[in-house]
Design a binder for this molecule. Sequence first.
Ligand SMILES: Nc1ncnc2c1ncn2[C@@H]1O[C@H](COP(=O)(O)OP(=O)(O)O)[C@@H](O)[C@H]1O
Ligand SMILES: [Mg+2]
Length: 509
Amino acid sequence: MSEVILKIKNLSKSFPGVLAVNKANLEIESGKVHSLVGGNGAGKSTLMKILAGIYSYGNYEGSFFLNDAECQFKSIVEAENCGISMVPQDLNMVNEMSIADNLFINKQPRSKGIINDHKMLQQSQQILDEFGLNINPTTLVKEIGIAQKQLLVIARAMHNKTKVLILDEPTSTLSSEESQLLFQKIVEAKSKGVACIYISHRLDEVKAISDTITVMRDGCIIETDNAPDMSEKRIVSLMVGRDVDDFYPPKDRTPASCLLKVNSLSVYNQKFPDKKVVDDIQFDLYAGEILAVYGLVGAGRTEMAMGIIGGWRGGVSCDMEISGKKIINRNPSSALNHGIALLPEDRKREGAIDRQSVSRNISASSLPLFSKFGVIDEQKERNNNQKMVDALSIKTPSMDTAFETLSGGNQQKAILSRLISTKSKILILDEATQGIDVEAKYQIYGILDLLALDGKAILFISSDIAEVMGIADRIMIMRHGKVVKTVVNDDSINKEKILWYATIGTEES
Ligand SMILES: Nc1ncnc2c1ncn2[C@@H]1O[C@H](COP(=O)(O)OP(=O)(O)O)[C@@H](O)[C@H]1O
Ligand SMILES: [Mg+2]
């Protein structure tokens, strides 16, 4: 039998202008995994930071109890000593120091006041061994990967006999193998009676690993229930605060004339110039429609998009028309001139302009529209960008905030607003909702619907069948560089049919 080890009573914390946590009440049991889910800004991290002593006693209202004793932590070390450890979202390890130094930060073993290096190395080795981590404790932290850093923090917590282990979005940057290893460690901790509080926006993971799930929204605890009783649909409804039956906008769009006509497009492999990765495809894209492009990895969808906009670094042969007029895109800026804008698949590498403000990231592709004789009218630029931030509910402290500090969902909305700012008629989105939270996804669907209603033609590349079926007017299914089938997305379409075309790829007999 597990017991309640941690009781949270009426915890609140505000920052200037926002009530981040609003009278939260929660009970956490030992030997269980308790997941905390909610959109960005729901207050999950803030609540956890109170428990972990990051926001010390006096900087919040309400109280919390560990084994019925009230905690009033002055520091992280004090929380750890009482048995509450947190692996924060943004791991703050000192890169230039060794693993051993990081393991014992603020609590190095000392003899006569002097740090005992020998003892520290010995104990570090012991922690690593206990946890099955095959790394030398003298290695500098900057030389190990993020997954190993997270495991190190957990190893230290386990060594210190932690009672409550908090993991804040640990898998958002991990590969699936690394995530599996982490889950194994969570299960081990659980079997030792540790209470694990797990924060993630990956609902499939949450469903798989949790005993209990709590949903937060706008600083409030909305609901707590046993994991088996929390369907993904129910979780999402609670997170966004409305029924997910209308998670996708209604499809009452009426596509108009053909805007983009691809008569023939072939794209060649960069290394093997004879090999086609997109093989002579044809399709029409109408004003006012969302045409989804579904396919498995390697189907040629990204290559198709790059071929269309002239961004492919390899051979392309393309015959296409916009509104009946033949065009050639030699590079992405000529595509922009023709009214075609792309949201690239890899937001971090190709989309984001880091070390630039949110504002400039929004207008990066539309600066000519705000310039006269090559001089940017900054007021005009800012006005546009502020409008975008408001219209797309981009959560940012200010327009001048560094882009890379925004959450994934807000970064993606900012890049989408960059596309919209170009006033392009044709928008190509490549995996636009990958890795972003449910709330941001919901908002992006709504925005795409409005754009289509406004007469834009949208080519929506996605690997998520549910979203493809939720948002598209038509679905084009690709396999091995060819278009296998294009269907109208009506009641006759189901997941199995789409997967069948994407995997087997021939016409049904
Ligand atoms: N250090 C801070 N200063 C000001 N506002 C903050 C700070 N940390 C969080 N917030 C705000 O508090 C709210 C909750 O944030 P957070 O707890 O990080 O949410 P979550 O982890 O659920 O995404 C958000 O509106 C966020 O902008
Ligand atoms: Mg957070």
